[in-house]
Ligand binder design. Structure first.
Ligand SMILES: *Cc1c(COP(=O)(O)O)cnc(C)c1O
Length: 368
């Protein structure tokens, strides 16, 4: 029996091998490895893709969030409202910027932050709301944008799982003051290592991020502000330029796979992911919920189907975070999600036969 993996990056490489090998060799041949033409071109192409004025390549998604916040002058004493059901990176980056993360609950349909919870968490210290478009599903941004507008708050979107997703016909990342992307290898757009980017329509923020990512240099070796080292390198940019050309086709394949899953699983007890009509989910993960999640996962493993759990413990209950700062109220929907979510195999190169086999294995779990 052949294992069905959750993601298969070798298969992706083999499908674009010639293009990638040429791009990689080109960089090595050029002798320029840091902040050269590949990074500049990638930034232009990615900004155009995201429908934003600017994109700045940085070393990771976590750094992208930190730098986006720092460019907005968010620092010690400021509060940033974040969901707890997210990658720990979202929260770690807020703390790296010096600010205090304030956790809110989610809604279980899109797994996005609950606007009512956001509203209830706004204090005189709040500076920013950070919606996370988790699993590739766009957050319902309208009520959150409205809250930000009426309370004079900034919006920084965490788009690390949602490259190319559309909210009301427009790309995620183009709605807030700034947005962060990760190019961690397994993301919908992934590098051959770490990488990230900030996108923004605000030229002043873009300029500041460019300074901050390289020691605050406007002029070489002269720091005009205190910065850090967080650069996207030329090799990663060259790889990303190749893959960006395939992103829409890959996302379309993910959506097709999702539709087949939804069709084949519609008569099971599984809670299936929603696909909001006016929006475009890009299915970074295909996440189902089930009350006996752990038993299901174990059974699927015995059938050769790999699955994963994003994320098993909400951030506010993780050892590193539950004791820090103020007491956090229970977040029932986030805690429920952590108990029930299961990511089924999902990658563009999956075959229909693989999807059918995953679904057959799920059916046989119910027949037990
Ligand atoms: C991957 C991810 C990040 C962090 O990205 P890195 O590139 O690994 O630093 C942040 N937020 C979310 C939601 C992510 O999925």
């Amino acid at each position: 029996m052949e294992m069905i993996p959750v993601v298969d990056l070798q298969k992706q490489y083999h499908s674009i091998r010639a293009e990638l090998d040429e791009a990689i060799a080109g960089v090595i041949e050029s002798g320029t490895y840091i902040l050269g033409r590949e990074v500049t071109e990638f930034e232009n192409e990615f900004a155009r893709y995201c429908e934003t004025g600017h994109a700045i390549g940085v070393a990771s998604g976590t750094d992208a969030i930190e730098l986006a916040l720092r460019s907005c002058d968010i620092s010690a004493g400021d509060e940033v409202i974040v969901p707890s059901h997210t990658a720990v990176a979202t929260v770690a980056a807020v703390e790296r910027a010096g600010a205090k993360p304030v956790f809110v609950d989610i809604e279980l349909d899109r797994f996005g932050m609950d606007p009512q919870a956001v509203s209830a968490s706004i204090t005189s210290q709040t500076r920013c709301i950070m919606p996370v478009h988790l699993y590739g599903c766009p957050v319902d941004l309208k009520p959150i944008l409205e809250l930000a507008r009426s309370n004079h708050l900034l919006i920084v979107e965490d788009c690390s799982q949602a490259h190319g997703a559309l909210y009301q016909g427009r790309k995620v990342g183009a709605w807030g003051d700034a947005a962060a992307f990760s190019f961690y290898p397994t993301k919908n757009l992934g590098a051959g290592g770490d990488g990230g980017a900030v996108v923004t329509n605000n030229p002043a923020l873009a300029e500041k991020i460019q300074l901050l990512r390289q020691y605050g240099w406007k002029e070489r070796y002269i720091s005009s502000v205190k910065g850090m080292n967080s650069r996207l390198d030329e090799l990663q940019a060259a790889i990303l330029r190749v893959k960006l050309r395939h992103l829409d086709a890959w996302n379309a394949q993910r959506r097709e796979h999702a539709n087949l899953y939804l069709e084949l699983l519609k008569n099971t007890e599984l809670m299936l992911p929603v696909q909001p009509k006016e929006d475009q989910h890009v299915f970074h993960q295909f996440v189902v919920r089930h009350s006996r999640r752990d038993a299901l996962q174990q059974y699927l493993r015995s059938q050769g189907v790999q699955t994963s759990i994003l994320y098993p413990v909400p951030v506010h209950l993780q050892p590193a975070y539950k004791t820090s700062g103020a007491q956090v109220d229970p977040l029932p929907q986030s805690e429920r999600a952590a108990r029930e979510v299961l990511s089924l195999p999902m990658f563009p190169e999956m075959t229909l036969a693989q999807i059918r086999q995953v679904c057959r294995s799920i059916m046989s779990f119910y027949a037990l």
